[in-house]
Design a protein around this ligand. Structure first.
Ligand code: CP3
Length: 326
């Protein structure tokens, strides 16, 4: 998860040279290069395409900016803006993403999988309505309760756009796709079902129809006990666990239905030391009774020393022969 990014000096070098984050996303050679950087350095088993979940609202015609020290800033969406959102031509507007995927696919060793991704409709809607992260998302929650009809139109548009965007990434070479519902945890139970679970089920069903056998990974972050329904009812192949999920519970309630990944706290990875090794091994042991992909519980932090990532890989793999030639 978020393998590329600000903790790697080779990424920071490109960012400083190029300037804008979106410029990296929309230049296929650069997006491909920063996707490959962590694979070259560490030899992970999979690469995640360098892009961002907010390219979809951008392609739907919304203003999106990435400000240094602030993060993403969008022009806040109001009810009267929904009718103006257009899915027409989103594949053309996002062509640079698919071009990047094709370059990565060509360059990656055949044993390294390429993972594509998109934001889930609820999380993308939350950023579109709120205009930025770091808020309590009161505007999205209020809209979802007060005007479910217009909110449903917005979610339907995002569901359609997500299927198209993920499908195009698969055509371009992605071998699995991940749906990031980073703000699923703010959706109270009925909202979770309507606006997180149901859209995920529809996205998975449509992708499975178009691309049989391509696994869809779901990450409804901080969904708590709602993970049970998400694992059993959406048709996802693999579920991302945030740092709060008890692993014995995940082994009992989730792993009989889906593969799991995640859990390790990115703050612990940044801290390093003996606790990191112990925790990595504990996660592997707790989840050894079912399908498990080792991963973090959320994105890697920019203050993470790159050598901690190497130490983590060695703890998980039990050796240091993990570097690949790319
Ligand atoms: O490994 C990768 O880097 C893969 C690509 C990737 C990025 N964003 C690149 C990125 C992925 C998978 C994402 C997903 C994403 N983007 C999510 C879902 C996962 C999660 O974190 O919950 C969300 C919510 C976003 C929206 C977003 N993009 C935010 C909130 C930020 C700012 C983060 C911060 O801490 O300031 C971004 C920027 C972003 N996306 C960066 C990267 C590498 C940092 C950009 C930079 O400063 O160079």
């Amino acid at each position: 998860m978020r393998q590329a990014g600000r903790y790697l000096p080779e990424y920071r070098e490109i960012r400083e040279r190029v300037g804008g984050f979106l410029d990296v996303c929309y230049t296929p050679e650069l997006a491909a290069e920063v996707t490959l950087q962590p694979i070259r350095r560490y030899g992970f088993d999979a690469a995640i395409l360098f892009s961002d979940i907010l390219l979809v609202p951008h392609a739907l015609g919304r203003e999106v900016e990435f400000r240094t020290e602030v993060g993403p800033v969008l022009e806040p969406l109001r009810e009267d803006g929904v009718a103006k959102l257009s899915q027409d031509g989103i594949e053309e507007r996002l062509e640079a993403v698919y071009a990047a995927a094709r370059v990565v696919k060509r360059e990656l060793p055949s044993e390294v999988a390429l993972i594509g991704f998109a934001g889930a409709p609820w999380t993308v809607a939350a950023y579109m309505i709120e205009g930025r992260g770091g808020t309590d998302f009161a505007n999205v929650i209020r809209w979802a309760w007060q005007a479910p009809a217009s909110f449903g139109v917005l979610i339907d548009i995002l569901t359609g756009a997500t299927v198209r965007h993920l499908s195009a990434q698969i055509f371009a070479g992605a071998e699995a796709v991940q749906l990031f519902d980073s703000w699923a945890g703010i959706a109270a139970e009925p909202l979770f079902r309507y606006w997180c679970l149901d859209p995920a089920r529809e996205i998975v069903a449509r992708l499975n129809d178009l691309h049989p056998g391509v696994p869809v990974i779901g990450f409804p972050r901080a969904a708590g006990a709602n993970l049970i329904a998400y694992a059993r009812e959406t048709g996802i192949a693999c579920l991302g666990l945030d740092t709060s999920v008890p692993l014995d519970w995940a082994a009992r309630e989730l792993q009989p239905y889906v593969a799991v990944q995640g859990s390790l706290d990115p703050i612990l990875l940044a801290a390093g030391g003996a606790a990191l090794q112990v925790e990595a091994r504990r996660i592997c042991a707790e989840l050894a009774g079912g399908p498990h992909v080792f991963n973090l519980g959320h994105g890697i932090r920019k203050e993470t020393p790159p050598e901690h990532v190497q130490q983590l890989l060695e703890a998980v793999r039990g050796d240091s022969s993990s570097r690949l030639e790319v």
